[in-house]
Design a binder for this molecule. Structure first.
Ligand code: NDP
Length: 330
């Protein structure tokens, strides 16, 4: 059936300005790292993308290697784009990245101009897009001059392959240098994509200050600690969960009794607020004004609905913030 997006799709989503740029991003964006690959069912992927867009999620985040197998998430998105989203291209922000291993030989990963430009072309072909909105250097490369990697991003933007440039998982110092090089080249660094959640707070140690100083936006990945910061694992490891699957980085051994005890306490606090834990974990991240968007993953439309439900109550009192700190420190 031809997809007709919900007419009220822009009524409840919150859009936040990405740093000092002209671009607004939805406070909640959808990442296609897991559950959109060749091993997954396209119809579930379609249902999630449709539900997300119906809820005002205009931003879909990909990378060359998402799958498994690598590249297949972009291929699936390409099918969904062609069949469902093509008429709405100008309402969408699609991103991709290069930097992790994608093809054999010395040019299939890291930060050379050769890798970034070739990978961007491959991503565009897989997705059937003329351009991506944001193209990222997926990780810093200790061996390639930063000038070369940033020069490649600048070229990718100037050649029309992307509208904006971004970086992911760069340290505060690397971010400052990258921003200065890109500014000099005339293609400002739009955004940084770091990991951030209640269980992983490295960005609080300098990166967020650098982003505020540089006027860059931030979109944070794994905000729910890959599902740990939800009620998903409170009663064991469900068969259809990420931790039960043979691929990916969330393993059963990461779900420790110590973490689960904290999750249970956080879950109680969320319930007192009339929220799910996923909603509270997202509200906690959005308390930081420098963070533009929370980049969630999902395995069902219901999870996306739950996550967007966070917007109904984003305020956290001093008492609640202190309780969260106590639980995390316990
Ligand atoms: P999350 O921390 O949001 O984890 C997503 C998982 O949590 C889902 O697959 C699901 O697990 C579970 N989940 C989500 N919502 C709910 C809910 N409401 N209730 C219960 N469980 C829920 O993020 P990801 O780790 O998936 O990362 C998000 C995105 O960030 C990626 O898709 C990718 O775009 C980007 N990313 C970027 C990286 C980078 O290096 N730049 C690295 C990693 C991710 P289940 O499948 O078990 O149902």
């Amino acid at each position: 059936m031809v997809y007709q997006p919900a007419e009220n799709r822009y009524e409840s989503m919150v859009y936040r300005r990405c740093g000092k740029s002209g671009l607004m991003l939805p406070a909640i964006s959808l990442g296609l790292w897991h559950n959109f690959g060749g091993v997954d069912t396209l119809e579930n992927a379609r249902a999630m993308v449709r539900r997300a867009f119906d809820l005002g999620i205009t931003h879909f985040d990909l990378a060359n290697n998402y799958g498994p197998p690598p590249g297949s998430a972009e291929e699936s998105f390409g099918v969904l784009f062609k069949q469902d989203l093509k008429p709405f291209r100008d309402e969408l922000i699609v991103s991709s990245k290069a930097g992790y291993r994608m093809w054999p030989g010395p040019y299939g990963e890291w930060g050379s101009r050769k890798n970034l430009v070739a990978s961007c072309d491959q991503s565009l072909r897989r997705m059937g897009l003329e351009y991506v909105d944001i193209f990222y250097s997926h990780r810093p490369d200790p061996e390639t001059p930063l000038e070369e990697t940033m020069g490649a991003l600048d070229y990718i933007v100037r050649s029309g392959r992307a509208l904006y440039a971004g970086i992911s998982s760069y340290t505060p110092e690397q971010t400052q240098r990258a921003a200065a090089i890109l500014r000099e080249l005339g293609t400002p660094c739009l955004i940084h994509q770091p990991s951030y959640s209640m269980f992983n707070r490295w960005v609080e140690d300098g990166l967020l200050d650098v982003l505020a100083d540089e006027g860059m936006g931030a979109i944070v990945f794994s905000p729910l600690a890959q599902g740990l910061l939800t009620a998903r694992y409170l009663d064991g490891i469900p068969e259809d969960s990420r931790a039960a699957k043979p691929w990916g980085f969330l393993r059963a051994r990461n779900i420790t009794p110590d973490k689960l005890q904290k999750v249970a306490q956080l879950n109680d606090l969320a319930r007192e607020r009339g929220q799910t834990l996923a909603e509270m974990a997202i509200a906690w991240i959005l308390r930081q004004p420098v963070i533009t968007s929370v980049l969630v993953g999902a395995s069902s439309p219901a999870q996306i609905e739950d996550n967007v439900g966070a917007l109904a109550n984003l305020s956290l009192s001093e008492d609640e913030l202190n309780t969260i700190e106590e639980i995390l420190a316990s």
